[in-house]
Design a protein around this ligand. Structure first.
Ligand SMILES: C[S@@+](CC[C@H](N)C(=O)[O-])C[C@H]1O[C@@H](n2cnc3c(N)ncnc32)[C@H](O)[C@@H]1O
Length: 278
């Protein structure tokens, strides 16, 4: 078979198995199996593939058809224009979280020292991106899960920001640390009962990265009750939230004396972020 035929047949197989964007998935897997850049495949559509090339590809396509996430098969995920290591130790970074970073970065000085906390760092994408985009920053990052922290350490090391990021296993806030000018967090916010309805791919994310308790707000309640103690005067928080949690969280933040509470919509016009000032 020539490359284009293999691509078409893999695309059809994945589509039959309910994989969204089946052609794009097939292209990524083929490029990975052949150690090529995805767009370079287009230059080789007529090239016949030999059995040695087809064998690993078949296995990858079979696994993707079983709804193993693409990022777990590739071992990497793109976030904010950079490549991060990605596996079942932590949540696969989501495109929405890139917008959380855009919002936080727009409110933070890139030419001055700034101290930032990333709670629930997972693979470390938020902490690493903050450190790289804010060259004078020092970033603390916590996670309850030790497996996630080992992946975060690999990513922090890969991106050469290990000296400016302090990773710590902690329940929300680090046990020590100066007050922060900003806290950026993508906490688990899915109501426990909704988790079984999520797509097969999402079921591969660690449960503790998804489960926000009975109404999804358990972690937010604890976070909001204590966040002020960890913020410097005028310090700010930026949170990613569920699309239907905005009103409850605005009320909670106001009750806890936060000011300038502001709900922000994502590119699909859903209120998915909240920011507030101490
Ligand atoms: C939604 S994931 C976010 C991961 C990463 N920040 C991202 O945006 O891709 C939430 C993370 O919070 C961590 N987590 C859950 N409960 C926590 C707690 N009580 N304290 C600290 N981290 C917690 C989970 O282990 C998980 O890594």
């Amino acid at each position: 078979m020539i490359l284009l035929e293999v691509l078409t047949s893999a695309t059809d197989y994945l589509a039959e198995r309910g994989v969204e964007n089946s052609r794009l998935n097939a292209e990524h897997l083929l490029a990975y199996a052949l150690s090529k850049r995805r767009l370079d495949l287009y230059l080789e559509f007529d090239r016949p593939l030999n059995e040695a090339e087809l064998l690993p590809l078949r296995e990858l396509v079979r696994q993707r058809g079983n709804r193993i996430p693409l990022q777990h098969l590739l071992g990497t995920a793109e976030f904010y224009g950079r490549q991060f290591l990605c596996d079942s130790r932590a949540l696969i970074p989501r495109p929405e979280t890139e917008q959380l970073l855009e919002l936080a970065l727009a409110g933070l000085p890139s030419d001055q020292p700034v101290s930032v906390l990333d709670i629930g760092t997972g693979s470390g994408v938020i902490a690493t991106t903050l450190a790289l985009e804010l060259p004078q920053s020092s970033v603390d990052a916590t996670d309850l899960c030790s497996h996630a922290l080992t992946l975060a350490l690999e990513n922090v090391t890969k991106h050469n920001v290990k000296d400016r990021i302090r990773l710590q296993q902690a329940d929300l806030f680090p046990s020590s640390g100066t007050p922060y000018q900003a806290i950026v967090a993508n906490l688990p916010y899915i109501p426990s009962k909704d988790i079984e309805d999520l797509s097969p791919e999402v079921q591969h994310d660690p449960i503790q990265a998804l489960d926000g308790g009975p109404d999804g707000l358990e972690l937010f309640r604890r976070f909001i009750a204590s966040a002020s103690h960890h913020l410097s005067p005028e310090g700010r928080i930026w949170l990613e939230i569920g699309y239907n949690q905005g009103e409850d969280l605005v009320t909670l933040l106001k009750q806890n004396r936060f000011s300038e509470v502001c709900l922000i919509k994502d590119y699909q016009n859903l209120p998915r972020f909240i920011t507030a000032k101490k």
